[in-house]
Each structure stands twice: as structure tokens, then as C-alpha cells.
Design a protein around this ligand. Structure first.
Ligand SMILES: Nc1ncnc2c1ncn2[C@@H]1O[C@H](COP(=O)(O)OP(=O)(O)OP(=O)(O)O)[C@@H](O)[C@H]1O
Length: 187
């Protein structure tokens, strides 16, 4: 049987009160699982349960022992006034620059506050993909990506290997169908 990295059972979660559930799904090692559903149905909330930003009201979500997570939030990150360069951000995030695709390696010495929207998105996505984590949480990773960036991401998710898994939220049905082994519909 596949090792389960993450298992949700009767999960009801949210903020002041539940906004999702009850929901059952799992992510096995070697699997990419897609989360789809309309705006506001609670897809990001599932990821926020794992980062501690949302609350479990009933049911549960279980991680495999010692599971390491990498999270690419939909909203991106703010480096504020500090003029960090791409290589410094990656170092802070414990990401090996050698794992980056060529088009991002060319940006290593650029200040992150001077990246274009798509370059910034590529950086966020590869900060998660390049992190030595067992489970990748990618929230709308294709936002702002051009077709080459999207193809590169699809290819990378296809070669995660048998030990790692990914939970991917996307409104792009074609992309999800291409990368996901299974889809979970969040109503
Ligand atoms: N911090 C918060 N406090 C209270 N309610 C919130 C908070 N964040 C999100 N919500 C609400 O929870 C519900 C689910 O939001 P969530 O962001 O999980 O949806 P989503 O499916 O990811 O949406 P989208 O596809 O638009 O990104 C929405 O009704 C939203 O208004």
C-alpha cells in the first residue's frame, strides 16, 4: 500500500466557524493530488490548516511522522523594504539554487522587489519545489506564469519521485488534469 503523507477524515475547518467539510482525502507518497472547486469554497483553507492559520472544528488531518512541508501561498510574500536578492531569499528558505531552472538561475542576483510578476511567481513556486520537503502545497502555482513556465512546472511535478507528494490548487482544469493523479472536488 502507498505510504500516506497526509490524510483528512471528516475534516471541518475554518476560522470563527467552519467554512469547509466534512471532507475526506489523502495524499500518498509519489502522488500529485489536485484540489478544485469554485472561488471561496475553501481550497486554500485546507492548506492553511496545515500552516496553523485555520482551525480544525471536527474530524482530523493527519501527517506522516516527521513530514516536512513546503508551502507556496496564493498571495505571495512580502520582503518589505529590505533589498534582498533572489539568492539570499532562497538561502533563507533553505533552497539549493542548483535545483532552479535555468531561467531563474539567471535572476539570482536580481533584487526580489524588482522582479516581474511572473518572475516572482516562478521564484515562489521553485522555492517550494526546490525545498527538501516531503509534501509540496502549491496554491495556484500557474498564476502569472507564461506557457513555458507552466510546462516546466508540469514537467517538474511529473518527476517528483516516489517519496514526495504534492497538493495542488488550480482553477486551470487543463493544468490540473495534466499534473494530478487524482482530483478532490471541494464543494
Ligand atoms: N482569515 C480568514 N478569516 C475568516 N474567513 C476567511 C479567512 N480567509 C478566508 N476566509 C473565508 O473562508 C472561505 C474560504 O476561503 P478560501 O480562501 O479557502 O477559498 P478558496 O476556495 O481557496 O478560494 P479561491 O478559489 O477564490 O482562491 C471564504 O468564504 C473566505 O471569505
Amino acid at each position: 500500500m502507498t505510504t500516506r503523507l497526509l490524510t483528512a477524515e471528516g475534516l471541518r475547518a475554518g476560522y470563527e466557524g467552519p467554512v469547509i467539510g466534512p471532507l475526506d482525502f489523502f495524499v500518498g507518497a509519489g502522488e500529485v493530488v489536485g484540489l478544485s472547486g469554485p472561488n471561496g469554497c475553501g481550497k486554500s483553507t485546507i492548506m492553511r490548516v496545515l500552516t496553523g492559520e485555520a482551525t480544525v472544528f471536527s474530524g482530523r488531518i493527519t501527517r506522516s511522522d516527521g513530514l516536512r512541508l513546503a508551502y507556496q501561498p496564493q498571495t505571495g510574500f512580502d520582503t518589505g523594504e529590505t533589498p534582498l536578492r533572489v539568492r539570499e531569499v532562497l538561502r533563507l528558505m533553505d533552497v539549493d539554487a542548483a535545483t532552479l531552472p535555468e531561467r531563474l538561475r539567471a535572476l539570482l542576483d536580481v533584487r526580489v522587489d524588482r522582479l516581474s510578476g511572473g518572475q516572482r511567481q516562478l521564484l515562489m513556486v521553485w522555492a517550494a519545489v526546490g525545498h527538501p520537503a516531503d509534501l509540496l502545497l502549491l496554491d495556484e502555482p500557474t498564476n502569472n506564469l507564461d506557457p513555458d513556465g507552466e510546462a516546466l512546472l508540469a514537467e517538474t511535478l511529473g518527476t517528483l519521485g516516489s517519496q514526495r507528494g504534492a497538493l495542488v490548487i488550480s482553477h486551470e482544469q487543463d493544468f490540473l488534469r495534466q499534473v494530478a493523479h487524482r482530483l478532490v472536488e471541494v464543494a
